[in-house]
Design a protein around this ligand. Structure first.
Ligand SMILES: [Zn+2]
Length: 253
């Protein structure tokens, strides 16, 4: 745990800079999923975290699509797997090599990392899942698109087994990862239907303007694999946020 004086120094450092584009920065003050630094307190922990309390299109949400549109498949080119795995105290995160892209409305986003939440943060029509994977994609102008995939109990997923076997202890140095058998596409459902809406980062600073793409169909993981993740994190999900007035489109057949 950080000492109190260091935490204060970090708060001061964070408030003197513009809101960072991504949740994880060296200057962010301590936050958590429980107690005095838990989600209901995030907005008070730093001026940079204000959006967590005052934002109007926050994530996650319970997805109830308001309209449907013909399926236009996501322009997704994910090929390269993780280069290292970080256990940052909030989640298990796999940093990937450059070259995985998502093109949305003519803009190209590059996959920076993917990470896990348990239970799922977003719900689909009132249903929560045991886990949710977030693929964080960033465009050259700094805008973000998060591709989310739900995980339900079922067949084992070899990618997850490989990742969780190599995950270091919380706070330890990132573990290098090179596994020729790892296939990033195995973390995506075969079915291409998805929901799209605007939201925010689900972790401080809760920055809005994030394009959310949530795959309608889940992938599976075995009970053993879900338990393996629970050894790192029992729960690391932000509670549901208001979705009132939000345009949610289902892209399906
Ligand atoms: Zn996330």
């Amino acid at each position: 745990m950080r000492s109190a004086p260091l935490c204060l120094a970090l708060v001061l450092a964070a408030s003197s800079v513009a809101a960072p584009a991504l949740a994880e920065t060296k200057t962010a003050p301590h936050w958590s999923y429980d107690g005095k630094t838990g989600p209901e307190h995030w907005s008070t922990l730093s001026d940079a975290f204000k959006a967590c309390g005052s934002g109007t299109s926050q994530s996650p949400i319970d997805i109830h699509p308001g309209k449907a549109a013909p399926l236009s498949k996501l322009d997704l080119h994910y090929t390269f797997g993780p280069k290292d795995i970080v256990n940052n105290g909030h989640t298990v995160q796999a940093d990937v090599a450059d070259g995985n892209t998502l093109t949305l409305d003519g803009k190209t986003y590059t996959l920076a990392q993917f990470h896990f939440h348990t239970p799922s943060e977003n719900h689909i029509k009132g249903v929560a899942f045991p886990m949710e994977v977030h693929f964080v994609n960033k465009a050259a102008d700094g805008s973000l698109a998060v591709l989310a995939v739900m995980v339900k109990r079922g067949k084992a997923n070899p990618d997850l087994a490989a990742l969780f076997a190599k995950t270091p202890k919380a706070g330890a140095a990132p573990a290098a990862f090179s596994d020729a058998a790892f296939d990033i596409t195995k973390l995506l459902p075969a079915d291409g239907k998805y929901y799209r809406f605007s939201g925010s980062l689900t972790t401080p600073p809760c920055t809005e303007g994030v394009s959310w793409l949530v795959m309608e169909k889940p992938i599976t993981a075995s009970e053993k694999q879900i338990s393996a993740f629970h050894k790192f994190y029992k729960h690391n999900n932000r509670p549901l946020q208001q979705s009132t007035g939000r345009d949610i489109t289902a892209f399906e057949d």
